[in-house]
Structures are given as C-alpha cells and as structure tokens.
Design a protein around this ligand. Structure first.
Ligand code: FES
Length: 167
C-alpha cells in the first residue's frame, strides 16, 4: 500500500493510513451525500488527496469516475494542495486600465509562481478573477477575505510581506 505523505496547505502531511482512519469515522455508505463528504475531506486536509477520493469511491460504492466527475464539476473542490493564503488578483476591465497587469506581474515575481500555482512553502495560492466587485478600488486584489485597492507594484510587495512573504 502506498504510504507516501500527502501535504495539506498548512504544511501538515497525512499518510494514506491516516486518511483511511479519518474516513472510517465518517461511516460512509452508498447513501452518503457525496458533496458533503467531499466538503468534509477538503476542510480536513485542505484539498482532496487522490487517496481520499479512492477511499470515498470504495466506501460509498460510487465509481471513481463519478467521484472525479463531481469534483471537477464544482469550482469549490480542488485536487492539488493550495497555499494557506489565497490571493485573487483582478484582471477585469476597470482594474486593467488602472494597471492591474503590472500589479499581477509584481505579485508573480514576488511569489515566484504564476496564476493557478501554490508557492513551494505552501503559504500562498495565486489566481486571477474577472472582477472582485470593487471596481472603485481598481486595481484591486483580495487575500483570503480582505480587499486591497489602488495597488501599486511596490505596495503589493509590502502587503505580501505582512502575510509572511520572506524577502
Ligand atoms: S474590474 Fe477589478 S474589481 Fe471590478
């Protein structure tokens, strides 16, 4: 059996045995609500490790292809570890005309990742969005639930440092 560690966003690892033990507590059955189970697993491990998906499939007697189908249908689920902090840089029109691409460049350079990636230390996950709904703050970004606006490349770096960027 594969005992390789899987790593969650907070840097905690879980072996396949730990995943199995934890899932056993959920007392899964074919009647289990698959979406609720996936949400619980993602909350526990920070993402959906493949070992957990296989185990869910086995315990709920749901074809693995169907489990993956549900995971890929809902944007809330992800199968790769994500950073502890999620950064959402806006690439909408209002932000674009106010220099959003320079802001995004600065974030990418500071973190050493591009959108859709997590930093190797699992501190940050970077993505772009079409509009954050705060166009009056353009150019804007969010870190977790916090909005930041009227950004400049310099300001972005100091904000990231306040979230633990080491540079
Ligand atoms: S376009 Fe950036 S917040 Fe709306």
């Amino acid at each position: 059996m594969d005992q390789a560690k899987v790593t969650g966003p907070a840097g905690t690892g879980a072996s396949q045995a730990e995943i199995e033990t934890w899932l056993a507590q959920l007392e899964l059955s074919p009647e289990s609500n698959l979406i609720e189970v996936l949400q619980a697993v993602q909350e526990r491990f920070g993402y959906l490790p493949p070992a957990a998906l296989r185990e869910i499939s086995r315990r709920t007697k749901t074809p693995l292809s169907r489990v993956y189908g549900v995971v890929s249908f809902y944007a809330q689920f992800y199968t790769e570890p994500r950073g502890r902090h999620t950064i959402r840089c806006c690439r909408g029109t209002a932000c674009h005309v106010k220099g959003a691409s320079r802001v995004l460049d600065a974030v990418q350079r500071a973190l050493g990742v591009t959108e859709g990636e997590t930093t190797p230390d699992l501190k940050f996950y970077l993505e772009t969005v079409a509009c954050l709904g705060t166009c009056f703050l353009a150019p804007a970004m969010m870190i977790d639930n916090q909005y930041f606006g009227r950004l400049t490349p310099q300001r972005v770096v100091s904000i990231l440092r306040s979230y633990g960027l080491e540079q």
